[in-house]
Design a protein around this ligand. Sequence first.
Ligand SMILES: [Fe+2]
Ligand SMILES: [Fe+2]
Length: 192
Amino acid sequence: MKVAYDYDPLLYWHSLHVASFAAPFTAYLGYPPQDQYRIVQASLLHDLGKIYIPHSLLNKPAPLSAREFGEVQRHPEIGYALLAEEVQDDLILDVVLHHHERLDGSGYPDRLRGTEISDSVRLVTICDIYAAMTEVRPYRAQLSAQKAFQTMWSMTDGIDSMLLDVFKDSQIWKEREPKLAELCPIDYKRAN
Ligand SMILES: [Fe+2]
Ligand SMILES: [Fe+2]
């Protein structure tokens, strides 16, 4: 995590933000404590590969070209390669490599479909997308919780709609948000 912070505080903040949803969500779903811990670790590490993506792309205040987007899309494989030697836990490696896979096969890097995508990956993917949408980013306005859910419900060809409903119903995102906003190192003003 220190490496992520040294490289880009926004990346560090995002990793904490995703983990802050994954921790209570796994508890809410009744995961055994050991599995909660593993999924939180996976959430903290999911975007580690971005330390090898140039800042000029990660924080570009404009849409990425196809070539630039292709470069950013390498981060799951880079993260996996960085961790594969050190980390023995297949769950963590699965999340790092596959958190951008989508149920309809439109994701990357392996274009997995449906049941090829594990429950752990589905869970972290929902926390990741919700966290990203409600964070400040240089290239787009921060979304309110309501707009983030609206957008995610339009994405249910790709993400697990039942799990998304449970996430929404859990109210976890509501309880966590104000406290985390105080910790955020960057301006957390709502865009609307
Ligand atoms: Fe990612
Ligand atoms: Fe992420």
